[in-house]
Design a binder for this molecule. Structure first.
Ligand code: SAH
Length: 361
């Protein structure tokens, strides 16, 4: 961050780090040594990098910052979901959520891309906070490294293995409004000499920013794209998502078609089910019609109610009626169950409440 004159080590991939070290009078091979400590052994302090000379440890420590966040709080849900609260150097708070997969041996990490969010979707707690700022590449990668280390330490895993095997950009913020930092963080996380996670194991979720979708065609690798649709009917969608007033939903879906033609990749459509709002026959018909010629997987997510927001979670009957309708129209779907509700870690519940901030000091 701006208040440090040092370079952020996490903003370098292998190649740029090699070049940077050479420019600064170090041999090229040290890049691999340093990255191994950080990404493969979760050691973030040069003083602990025991195969570096004492002189290197201190001069590298003067040259680079490694982790830019500090862990302030960790809440663990009954279902094993963990919500991390981090503090950035400028005092801003950032949340990340770790979700254990079914067998508890693999983990999905949900990272934030911004502090707060400018989009003000009417069902989302983060939207209530407003927008504070973009996260840096370094802050995005710090979330991954810190959480990975905590999981490895708690489960006594081999430090050389990654504990996290899926990363979703579905925390706070809109990834496509912080496009450069998000895509660069993915390149670095994907780099074999860095976190070495396959791009197919990374998903970016967007409200549907046309410019971002079109740019994303050129992103390296096979990153997965998820679209928060929530209503296929443009007028209805405008009520939920102010972005739909600025960017027409049909045009946005055309940009998804373009993305798909160019990349051949199937996309995920996220559909929050809201009681009495988007669960009717007409909603399913609109989905079928508007998504014509798009290859997608539909994720139906019962709304996580947010206090002070005017929407209700769907009843069991509403959920089963809606899914019956989808089946009748031959629309394949997966019904997602939100995890971590008891600690406000479920989708749309991330918001830095006073309580979180107080408990973190
Ligand atoms: N801005 C991006 C990523 C962050 S939100 C996006 O909108 O896709 C991640 C997902 O959580 C989105 O699909 C979002 O619509 C959903 N979400 C937000 N509030 C929710 C709530 N109250 N209940 C369930 N899902 C919610």
């Amino acid at each position: 961050m701006a208040n440090s004159l040092k370079n952020s080590l996490l903003e370098f991939d292998f190649e740029t780090l090699q070049n940077f070290l050479v420019t600064n009078g170090y041999p090229k091979y040290k890049a691999q040594t340093i990255l191994q400590w950080i990404y493969k052994r979760s050691v973030f302090d040069f003083q602990d990098m025991s195969d570096l000379s004492k002189k290197d440890r201190s001069s590298l420590g003067d040259l680079f910052d490694v982790i830019s966040l500090e862990q302030k709080n960790l809440q663990i849900s009954e279902d094993g979901t963990m919500k991390f609260l981090f503090r950035a150097k400028d005092g801003q708070n950032i949340e990340s959520v770790m979700i254990p997969n079914e067998d508890d041996s693999r983990y999905t990490l949900c990272v934030s891309s911004q502090v707060g969010c400018a989009l003000a979707c009417s069902f989302c707690a983060t939207g209530l906070m407003g927008f504070k700022r973009n996260l840096t590449i370094d802050e995005i990668i710090s979330q991954v490294l810190l959480v990975d280390k905590v999981i490895k330490d708690t489960h006594k895993l081999d430090p050389h293995d990654r504990a996290i095997d899926n990363i979703v950009y579905m925390g706070m913020g809109e990834p496509f409004l912080n496009y450069e930092a998000v895509t660069k963080s993915i390149e670095i996380l994907n780099d074999q000499k860095c976190f070495d996670i396959g791009t197919r194991r990374i998903t970016v979720s967007t409200v549907g920013i046309i410019e971002g979708i079109e740019k994303f065609v050129h992103a390296k690798g096979q990153i997965r794209l998820a679209l928060s649709l929530h209503a296929a009917n443009g007028e209805k969608r405008k009520k939920l998502m102010p972005i739909a007033r600025k960017e027409n939903t049909r045009q946005m879906l055309d940009s998804i078609r373009y993305y798909q033609q160019q990349t051949g990749r199937r996309i995920t459509i996220e559909y929050i089910l809201i009681e009495g709002f988007n669960n009717m026959e007409e909603d399913v018909l609109a989905l079928k019609h508007e998504l014509k010629s798009i290859k997608y997987n539909l994720n139906v997510i019962p709304l996580n109610p947010v206090a002070s927001l005017p929407y209700d979670a769907p009843s069991q009957t509403t959920i089963s009626d809606f899914t019956t309708r989808l089946k009748r129209h031959s629309i394949p779907f997966v019904l997602r169950v939100s995890k971590g509700r008891d600690i406000d870690a479920a989708c749309g519940q991330l918001a830095l409440r006073n309580q979180d901030i107080a408990s973190s000091d």
